[in-house]
Structures are given as C-alpha cells and as structure tokens.
Design a binder for this molecule. Structure first.
Ligand SMILES: Nc1ncnc2c1ncn2[C@@H]1O[C@H](COP(=O)(O)OP(=O)(O)O)[C@@H](O)[C@H]1O
Ligand SMILES: [Mg+2]
Length: 241
C-alpha cells in the first residue's frame, strides 16, 4: 500500500535518512524502533509529506506521492499522523477539534461531522467530553481525542510518532488500548515507539533504525528474541522493559 524507496533526507550537512526502503501492506502494523536521533520522526514526516525528501521516492499504491505534482493535501487526507504532543487546537472544544478536518477538508456538513465526532468519542468512552476544551483533559484523554480526530478523516494509513512518550505512565495504557482497537478494525499503522512490550504485542513487523538506515527488520518474535544484527541486540539489551 505504501512504499518508500531509498529515501534520503538531510538537514544542512546532517544526513538524517541515508536510503530508507520500506514496504507497508494494507492492514499491517509496523513499529519503528531505534535510538533518539535515528531518524524515525523524520521518516514518518516524509511519509506524509511534511518533509520533502532529497532523493528516493514514496508510493501510495501506484501513485508516486513524492512527485512534485502530487496533491499534498489529498495525500495527507489518506495518510493521517498523530504526534507526541500538541495535537489539539487549544481554542476549540473536543468536538470542534474532531469536526474541523471532515468539514474543512472532507466536505462534510457540520451535522454529519458532529454526528461522527460523537460516535467516535463514544467508542473511546469520552462522549461526555465533547464540549470540553483540551486543557480540561488529561494527557491520555487528549491523545485519545487526537487519535479520533485523525480517524475522523477516514485515512487509509495512520502514522503515530511516539504518541505515548510525553504521558504519565499511568495514562499510557488507555492510549495503547485505542491503538489495539484500531488494529483490530484493520487499520494500517506505522508507529514510532519506545514501548517495546507493546511493539512486541501489536506489531506485525518491527523495523529497527540506526543512523538513518534500516539496520534490521522482521516479525517481533524473531527480532526481539533472535536479532541478527549485533547492533539490534545491543539496542534491545539497553531498552528491554
Ligand atoms: N527540522 C529539522 N531541522 C534540523 N535538524 C533536524 C530537523 N528535524 C530533525 N532534525 C535532526 O534529524 C536527526 C533525526 O531526528 P529525528 O528524525 O527526530 O529522530 P528520532 O525521531 O529517531 O529521534 C536529529 O539529529 C535531529 O536533530
Ligand atoms: Mg522522534
């Protein structure tokens, strides 16, 4: 469904992605792991065109989305992204946050968008928060709303960038539960995470990035228990939970 081919990206003299190739199939959950600075966020940002690649290309089905003529807004409706923090607009209520995309970019009526917002909030147990403002929510609730806001656009692929890493450990579980539900519903997900046990549980495939390259990738059973690369083994030894 999504394919990156030899993607390179530099910031000034700092080459952050040195030729990343990765294919993601429909319904697959892929977890990106790797040390801070290894390029996970930059890669995810390239996948939904928040960063422009320097070289290589990215394909969504049979469309090259890195083609300069590609419609970036259309691509971003198909490839949603949720970040570590600051996902919600503070001056909009929860309901308004969720409605914004479907109304402004999805061409939905306000009534239809509001109905969808309430349905999605009900699914994550936050129906009563529809009128609340983000600062009245816990970090975990905010991230659940951020996930729902991304889902409201009915993306084909969801990119998640360390969405639990700014949370109080007590609140991580409720966000991971929403990801489990999305997986069960068949959503295609690419997530950068340092939650190793969660990655082991939900991922179809783990991709270990080091120095802007894919050092090793494989099913969690293999990668976590019998890594082929000494570098992977060393990373896992330091980050085992
Ligand atoms: N907008 C930017 N401008 C300059 N350097 C950046 C920018 N974004 C990321 N970098 C650099 O790219 C490298 C990789 O960062 P990042 O993709 O955030 O890694 P990770 O998410 O794996 O921690 C880091 O050295 C970081 O400083
Ligand atoms: Mg990052």
């Amino acid at each position: 469904m999504l394919r990156a081919d030899a993607v390179r990206k530099s910031f000034g003299a700092n080459e952050v992605l040195k030729g990343i190739s990765l294919e993601i199939a429909a319904g697959e959950v892929v977890c990106l792991i790797g040390a801070s600075g290894s390029g996970k966020s930059t890669f995810l940002r390239c996948l939904n065109l928040l960063e422009q690649v320097d070289d290589g290309d990215i394909w969504l089905d049979d469309r090259e989305i890195t083609d300069p003529r590609a419609d970036a807004d259309a691509v971003r409706r198909e490839i949603g992204i949720v970040f570590q923090a600051y996902n919600l607009f503070p001056h909009l209520s929860v309901e308004q946050n969720i409605m914004l995309g479907p109304v402004k970019a999805g061409g939905q009526t306000r009534d239809a968008a509001r109905g969808l917002a309430h349905e999605l909030l009900g699914r994550i147990g936050l129906a009563e928060k529809a009128g609340a403002y983000p600062d009245a929510l816990s970090g975990g609730q905010q991230q659940r709303v951020a996930l729902v806001r991304a889902i409201a656009m009915q993306p084909r692929i969801l990119l998640l960038d360390e969405i639990t890493s700014a949370l109080d450990p007590m609140l991580v579980g409720e966000v991971l539960d929403v990801i489990r539900d999305l997986r069960r519903d068949g959503m295609t997900i690419v997530m950068a995470t340092h939650e190793m046990s969660f990655a082991q549980e939900v991922a179809d495939r783990i991709v270990f990035m080091a120095d802007g390259l894919v050092e090793e990738s494989g099913p969690p059973e293999q990668l976590f228990t019998a890594p082929r690369s000494p570098r992977t083994a060393e990373f896992l030894a330091r980050h085992r939970t």
